[in-house]
Design a protein around this ligand. Sequence first.
Ligand code: FES
Ligand SMILES: [Fe+2]
Length: 424
Amino acid sequence: MSCNAEHTVSISRLTGQARTWPEEGYTRAPYWAYTDPDIYIQEQARIFRGPVWNYVGLEAEVPNPGDYKTTFIGDTPVVMTRAEDGSLHAVVNRCAHRGNMVCREPFGSAKRLYCVYHAWSFTLEGDLSNAAFSQGLRGEGGLPKDFDKSQHGLRKLRVDTLCGLVFASFSEDVEPLEAWLGDVAQGIRRVLNRPLKVLGYDTQRIHANWKTYHENPRDSYHANILHTFYGTFGLSRQSQESAMVLDAAGRHVYFYTKAGTEKKSADYEKASSELRSHNDQLTLEDPGILKWKDEYGDGVSVQILNTCPSFVLHQIANSLATRQLIPRGVNQSDLVWTYFGFEDDDEETTRMRLTQINLVGSAGMVSVEDAAVCEMMQRAFADGEEGASFIEMGGKTLESGGSSKLSERAIRNFWHNYRQYMGL
Ligand code: FES
Ligand SMILES: [Fe+2]
C-alpha cells in the first residue's frame, strides 16, 4: 500500500481550531491529536464505543456465578458479571432509572445488581427485575400502566473471550473477537495456554494522553534503547533473534525477542556503542531479579502484545500481566496492571513471577521508563504549537519495515486505523 497522502479538515468545537492532518498521512501524528479536548470526546464515541473489542478482565476474576467486576471502557463505567448459568456478561454501570451507578465495589458477588437510589434491581444479565413501588401505594403514585420492564434494562454489551481474556464491545458490527485479532491471536494462545491464577494488581496514573501510552508497546524500536536493563543485562537486545507480527488490518501487534541468540555484526557494535542502554560497566549486587526459566520452551524472553485501543499482554521473562489503558481526560490516563500466573504454578515459580514485577511492573526498573517518557512527551507538546511526530523508521508505508523490530510500522498502522475511525 502506498503512503496515504490525502488530508481532511475538521473543526474542533471546543477550541474552534481548524484541524488539518499533515499531508504526509500516517507517517505523521499531529500533536493536537494528543491535546485537543474535542478530539478526546470524539474518540470516546468513534473508538471506545465504536467498532472495536475492549478488554474488560480475566475470566479468572469472576470465577463463580454471581461474581462481578467493575471497570471502564474509555470514559464509560462497565460491569462484567457471571450469571447463574455461568455465562459472562458486560453491561454499562448506569441505572436505567436516573443514571446512578449500580455497582460501586471493584469486585463482588451478588444475586442482583441493586441501585441504592430508588431500589431498582437488575439481573446479572442486565434485565430489570424489580422497580420499588412500581404499583404505587394506596392507589397513588407508581409507574404508568404501560411501563414495560423489558424496555428498561441496563445497556448490554457484546462479550467474547479468548484463552481466559474477556473483551466487550458496544458495536453490533465488529467481527467476532478471534477474527478481529487475526494473526495476533496466536501471540495470546502462546502465552495463555492453561488456566490462570491472578496474583495481584496495581494502577498507575500517567499524566499523558492515552495515545502516548498506546503507541509505546507498539514501538519495538525504543525497547532496546530506552530500557537500560534490557540491553545491559541481555533480556532484549537488537542483536538477538526477534520479530514483529501484525494482523492484516494493522490494528494489533506483538513482537518478541529471544535472549541468548546474539548475532554480532560490525554495524551493531558501532550502533550499540552509542546507546546509553547498553552499559557493560553496570553490574547487580543481587542478580536474582534477572533469574528466569524458559517455561514455554521456545527461548522467547520478551513478548509484548498490543490490541487497539487499550490492551496489552506481556510475557517478560516469567512475568505475566495484562495492562488495561483507561483514558481519564485528554491529559491523563490510568494503566491497570493485573499480574497473573497459572493455577498449576509451584511456589518457586510464583515467587519468580512476583520478584520480576520489580523489573517490569508499573514501578519496575524497565516499565517505569515508559510512563516517564509518555509524561515527558505530553509536557513537551502540550503548548498548542503546531507540529507532528515523525514516524518513518523502517520506511513510509504500512508494510515497510516488514517483521523487523527496528521499525515504526505498527505505529504507522495505528494512525492509519485511527484516522479511519475518527474520519480525519
Ligand atoms: S437511579 Fe437507580 S433506582 Fe433511581
Ligand atoms: Fe518500553
